[in-house]
Design a protein around this ligand. Structure first.
Ligand SMILES: Cc1ncc(COP(=O)(O)O)c(C=O)c1O
Length: 295
């Protein structure tokens, strides 16, 4: 890790202190921007192309027209991590609608702002949380239905995530999840959720960001010989589960010890959570699906 971090911004690598965007950037003024986060472990970026594909989907659904194409983002991401001398990194890449000098602006005309920020690897929870599990509150706020802002947009409009998170922290919980408009379990601010019951896994199918880690765990479950159903689940399923865990690029599986005041019955982390999480880290360390940074 370098003591002089640099940020990629619009084709240039700038020291962190000089990497500024305009106050007229529509990403800042209107939250008109999309992003993605990928991570590196031991010098290898995991599933970079899957993250880039999801980013491309967010970009095209938002009608943004960045200068960088998929190959350009890929190259610039690797270079940013390299210049920051990071082996274990969380890398956020962002495309905003860019600057407009008009107060009432036509969003179709701007040139996007492009940013890549690599920081040391982030886990969603501290060591105790990762070892013993964290508590989750079910927020009173609901996720966006697909006819407003489809949760598959990985966009920076996260005010309701922040409100839900603060609500949970104030109530003494570690983190938060919410339900969709129909009352089915959706996701949390940075993670998807899995339930284990009688040796089978269940994870919400709709109303969620399609997490790259979620898909990895679905695949690992199948490889490990477990049934994993992608379906609607309700808070009842969380309260009666043998195991609950969340998944994210920031740490793989995170065990849950309590949901909305209901303690998880079994051991935390449960045996299936532990098995799949160790398969996940083995997969990452194997280099399969990895892009080497320093070659
Ligand atoms: C709303 C939301 N759900 C789920 C996830 C998990 O996705 P991934 O596994 O790709 O990190 C994220 C990641 O930040 C997220 O923002």
């Amino acid at each position: 890790m370098t003591d002089k971090p640099v940020i990629y911004i619009n084709g240039q690598f700038k020291p962190l202190s000089e990497a500024n965007i305009s106050v007229l950037d529509q990403g800042f003024l209107l939250g008109d921007a999309v992003f993605d986060v990928v991570s590196a472990w031991e010098g290898s970026i995991f599933k970079l192309d899957d993250h880039l594909d999801r980013f491309e989907d967010s970009i095209s659904a938002t009608r943004l027209t960045p200068k960088l194409d998929k190959y350009g983002w890929r190259k610039a991401i690797i270079e940013t991590v390299k210049r920051n001398k990071l082996f274990d990194a969380s890398i956020r890449f962002i495309a905003t609608r860019g600057i407009s000098n008009d107060v009432i602006a036509d969003p179709r005309k701007n040139e996007p702002t492009e940013i890549i920020w690599a920081s040391p690897y982030i886990f969603l929870a501290n060591e105790t949380g990762r070892e013993k599990g964290i508590s989750l509150m079910i927020s009173h706020l609901r996720g966006f239905p697909p006819d407003t802002l489809d949760p598959r947009y990985k966009c920076v409009n996260r005010l309701h995530f922040q409100l839900a998170k603060m609500e949970a922290l104030d109530a003494g919980y570690d983190d938060v999840i919410w339900l969709d408009q129909n009352g089915y379990v959706s996701e949390g601010p940075a993670s998807n959720i899995f339930v284990v019951k009688n040796g089978e896994l269940f994870t919400p199918s709709e109303g969620i960001l399609k997490g790259i880690t979620r898909q990895t765990f679905v695949d690992l479950a199948s490889k490990g010989g477990f049934t994993c159903k992608q379906c609607q689940i309700s808070s009842f399923d969380l309260y009666t589960a043998d195991e609950v865990f969340t998944t994210s690029t920031a740490g793989g599986a995170l065990p849950i010890r309590e949901v909305g005041g209901n303690k998880i019955k079994g051991e935390v982390p449960g045996p299936i959570t532990k098995k799949l999480d160790s398969m996940y880290w083995d997969l990452r360390k194997s280099g399969k699906y990895g892009t080497s940074i320093f070659d």
